[in-house]
Design a protein around this ligand. Structure first.
Ligand code: GDP
Ligand code: IMO
Ligand code: MG
Length: 427
């Protein structure tokens, strides 16, 4: 039984929640390996919609162990709020949801700094959840792991030290510096609950993989938001790419059997940064409306545009993609024509690669496809799709050089065409 990694191949919100939920039907374990409450993964079952931020999208599968691994940054209060919401829905997580004691804590001053910075000139459109400042502390080697929550006296000293280092920044940004006791009081109710869930997640995952269990590594964000490989500086502060699954969870690269890249049938982006195929016209507005493209964390309208094939080839390369899962094809129904960016004109000539450092000057070269009128929600095989949709999907697969394992035609679980069991490859 293999370990599979699922990553976003664009700028996030590709439908990872829906697809991870489907892939975990028979999984033993699902692992979030990076990011934090900046993620918002949507699961729709029947008429019920659930958005998870920190908790893995396999949580609806009662036999699946959910792991929040050490690459994550976790806001204790957000985690407890999510757990309460699940309990309120009658979903039991006790004993099957565990958290790495080496993951880092997002504390109120991280959220404060993120929000203050976003009011200023250097704003990049973050989710203001404190993710960037928390990763800054981690890399600066002054972060506070969740394990540190076990000992309140030690925590007191660590928070004091962190506040000292953030105080000048907070003041410079016009904020007021909280006290140590304000911070500790704010997290106290959550602290007590989270301490009971802390484990050595690396050892747990290693054992599951060694015992041939099915393990799904659930990416958050997307390849073009990767701090190393994305559209820097308009990126998140972690590594949402497939390599990040290894770094963030402690699983060795040779243990991964398959990497699946999630791709929307068009492109969206939330926040600032270059987006050459963006549609600032009626078509873009229509895609936003039909696709319900509003941020699941912040409610912000998502920017919309045509699919970017050089960008997807780049994602296939960075992640070593074995396969694609193509989502939201139904959203394109009714458009008279659909465009796909196949190359870019840059000041240095035409290229079929993604000119990642010149995206603000790159002009997309499009191939135009015929649209279709048929609603796709009831399609369960490729033959149920109109020929125009099949042609478009075939072109994407051949240009990216990856076959699709799945095509999604609606937000619900059943609105899916499964082409291959992702666990079947090298099982
Ligand atoms: P994630 O962050 O990658 O998990 O994606 P989000 O949940 O933030 O955003 C994806 C949105 O598209 C959610 O509202 C999903 O319910 C919805 N969705 C997922 N797949 C499909 C699909 O195939 N068709 C349609 N119409 N909606 C979809
Ligand atoms: P999921 O997992 C889409 C974007 C933000 C901003 C940039 C930095 O739901 O796909 P951050 O708060 O991380 O410091 O913001 O990254 N961003 C996302 N965009 N989907 C996400 O997650 C995102 N997580 C962060 O909008 O542009
Ligand atoms: Mg999302």
């Amino acid at each position: 039984m293999p370990a599979i990694v699922i990553v976003g191949a664009q700028w996030g919100d590709e439908g990872k929640g829906k697809i991870v939920d489907i892939f975990t039907e028979h999984a033993d374990m699902v692992v979030r390996f990076g990011g934090g409450p900046n993620a918002g993964h949507t699961l729709v079952v029947g008429d019920d919609k659930l958005i998870v931020r920190l908790i893995p999208s396999g949580v609806l599968r009662p036999m699946t162990t959910c792991v929040l691994a050490q690459g994550m940054v976790i806001d204790p209060k957000s985690l407890v709020t999510e757990l309460d919401e699940l309990e309120h829905r009658g979903l039991r997580t006790a004993g099957r949801l565990v958290v790495s004691d080496r993951a880092h804590s997002i504390l109120p001053y991280h959220v404060l700094v993120d929000g203050l910075r976003e009011q200023g000139k250097g704003a990049i459109g973050t989710t203001k959840r404190g993710v960037g400042p928390c990763y800054e502390d981690k890399v600066a080697r002054r972060g506070i792991s969740l394990g540190a929550l076990r000992d309140r006296t030690r925590l007191d000293a660590l928070v004091g030290r962190a506040l000292e280092s953030w105080a000048p920044t907070i003041r410079e940004l016009g904020g007021s510096v909280p006290t140590v006791s304000e911070i500790l009081d704010a997290i106290e109710p959550a602290r007590a609950r989270i301490v009971g869930m802390l484990v050595n997640s690396q050892a747990l995952i290693e054992r599951a993989v060694r015992d041939n269990k099915c393990v799904v590594f659930e990416g958050a964000q997307g390849t073009l938001l990767d701090v190393d490989h994305g559209t820097y500086p308009f990126v998140t502060s972690s590594s949402p790419t497939a390599g990040g699954a290894c770094v963030g969870s402690g699983v060795g690269p040779t243990r991964i059997n398959e990497v699946v890249g999630l791709v929307k049938a068009y492109t969206t982006r939330v926040g600032g940064g270059p987006f050459p195929t963006e549609l600032l016209d009626e078509t873009g507005e229509r895609i936003r409306k039909v696709g319900d493209e509003f941020g699941s964390v912040t409610g912000r309208p998502r920017r919309t545009g045509w699919i970017d094939l050089p960008g997807l080839r780049y994602a296939a390369s960075v992640n070593g993609l074995d396969a694609l899962a193509i989502t939201k094809v139904d959203v394109l129904t009714g458009l008279s024509e659909i465009k796909a960016c196949v190359a870019y004109d840059t000041p240095r000539g035409r290229t079929t690669d993604l000119p990642i450092d010149e995206l603000d000057r790159a002009v997309p070269v499009y191939k135009t496809f015929r649209g279709w009128k048929k609603e796709l929600g009831s399609a369960r095989t490729m033959d149920d799709l109109p020929i125009e949709a099949r042609e478009y999907l075939q072109f994407i697969q051949s240009e990216v050089g990856c076959p699709a394992v799945l095509v999604s035609v609606g937000s619900r679980r059943e609105e899916t065409i499964i082409l291959r069991d992702p666990f079947s490859k090298r099982a």
